[in-house]
Design a protein around this ligand. Structure first.
Ligand code: NAD
Ligand code: DAU
Length: 365
């Protein structure tokens, strides 16, 4: 079958103004030949300052808009004719999903459906060669697998889904839709399930940036529950490298687990941050940051442990993480200390309201 005009060397990236998306877009423009169209609604988590260094880059375009807007998505696909959609846009914070789940269902489930469906209509109109080369990469999370006990084996691609929070359930729903679009229509969809990311540009509602900034400012460091919950940490640049690898070498229809092989208990992460901040911004004697650690009320339904078995992507596609947790965390602390203007730009009134809402009651116990 002959299609209409052919694809361009362009990626349509959704959510490219958020934490991982920004790192991906910047690295894409620095290190690959691809043009980028960045579709992002600029919710509280999206920040145009993240890509100010791309001002004047003729191969980068930013579009403020909603992935749930089918007409907008169709128009962008038609105009830019991307060779891939890389889908990061999501509501991503578990605590917010517990307080207000609706936005998670809308963006993560309906938004992903809208993108998949519009991508399918675009894809069907491509030439046979372009249809084979097109990719839809759905960026997802290890939280879809639920929680592990201390002695259980790490999540692999065949671990059954058992999401526990509204966030995890909405991502699981989006993963199932992605799977169905490959199975039913043979659209070349790939899904990645990654562990906890950290690094520059992460919104300071998440554990690591929140603790860095609170430690710097002498505020309480709120550790949920007993502080023994375990996460596997991956430096964001390693996640971006994994996504490029899956885009280039991944097999359509497959899912790939991505992890840092760096399981740490939350309390260990927080004490390491305290020590790094003490080293880089020495405190007055007797006010070492560890003293700011405050146990607070636990997150409802708090998953105990996440761990990723990344054997498949390492063996089949040759990716592995380059950064060690300790060196990546040091780089991250240095980045936050070195970017006070960025920090101020994201701590708006809405941010302060969220912090008050999430922590005021917790800090009372
Ligand atoms: P983030 O919250 O920092 O950024 C999300 C971005 O999506 C923001 O720029 C926001 O404005 C945008 N967005 C939200 N709703 C939108 C909508 N309806 N239309 C268009 N744009 C919208 O998230 P993140 O931490 O960068 O995560 C990116 C993706 O990676 C998510 O899909 C998340 O589930 C997944 N993921 C994150 C982690 C992690 O540790 N942060 C780990 C594994 C997977
Ligand atoms: O595993 C991947 C997931 O990692 C991503 O899919 C999510 O988008 C991302 O937000 C992250 O989810 P977590 O819930 O694991 O990340 P968070 O930074 O919110 O919390 C990490 C751990 O720290 C978790 O056990 C809860 C705990 N915590 C968190 C905050 C914000 C605290 O003890 N205190 C806090 O103030």
């Amino acid at each position: 079958m002959t299609g209409k005009s052919s694809m361009h060397d362009t990626l349509l990236v959704t959510g490219g103004a958020g934490f991982i998306g920004s790192n991906f877009v910047l690295s894409c423009r620095k290190s690959t030949p691809f043009s980028v169209v960045n579709l992002d609604l600029l919710t509280y988590a999206g920040n145009p300052a993240n890509f100010s260094e791309l001002d004047g880059d003729g191969r980068y375009a930013f579009v403020r808009g909603d992935i749930c807007d089918a007409g907008l998505v169709a128009g962008l696909l038609d105009e830019h004719r991307p060779r891939a959609v890389v889908h990061f846009a999501a509501e991503s914070h578990v605590d917010r999903s517990i307080v207000s789940p609706e936005a998670f269902i809308r963006t993560n489930v309906y938004g992903t459906f809208t993108l998949l469906e519009q991508a399918r209509l675009y894809w069907m109109g491509l030439s046979e060669a372009d249809r084979a080369a097109f990719r839809f990469l759905h960026v997802s999370t290890d939280e879809v697998y639920g929680t592990l006990d201390a002695d259980e084996p790490a999540f692999c691609e065949t671990t059954p889904y058992a999401p526990n929070s509204p966030y995890a359930a909405s991502k699981a729903g989006s993963d199932h839709l992605a799977r169905a679009y490959f199975h039913t229509y043979k659209m070349p969809v790939l899904t990645t399930n990654c562990s906890n990311n950290y690094g520059p540009f992460q919104f300071p509602e998440k554990l690591i940036p929140l603790m860095i900034l609170n430690a710097l400012e002498g505020k309480p460091l709120p550790v949920y529950g007993d502080g023994k919950n375990v996460r596997d940490w991956l430096f964001v640049e390693d996640h971006c490298a994994a996504i490029f690898t899956v885009l280039g070498k991944g097999k359509p229809g497959e899912t790939y687990n991505i992890g840092g092989n760096s399981e740490r208990a939350n309390m260990d992460v927080v004490t390491t941050i305290c020590d790094l901040v003490d080293e880089l911004r020495p405190p007055c004697a007797g006010s070492e940051r560890r003293q700011l650690i405050t146990y607070v009320k636990d997150r409802p339904g708090h998953d105990r442990r996440y761990a990723i078995d990344a054997t498949k992507i390492m063996r089949e596609l040759g990716w592995k993480p380059a950064e060690k947790f300790e060196s990546g965390l040091r780089k991250t602390v240095e980045w936050y200390l070195g970017h006070p203007k960025w920090v101020e730009s994201v701590r708006t009134g809405a941010y302060r309201e969220w912090i008050a809402r999430n922590y005021a009651e917790r800090l009372k116990i």
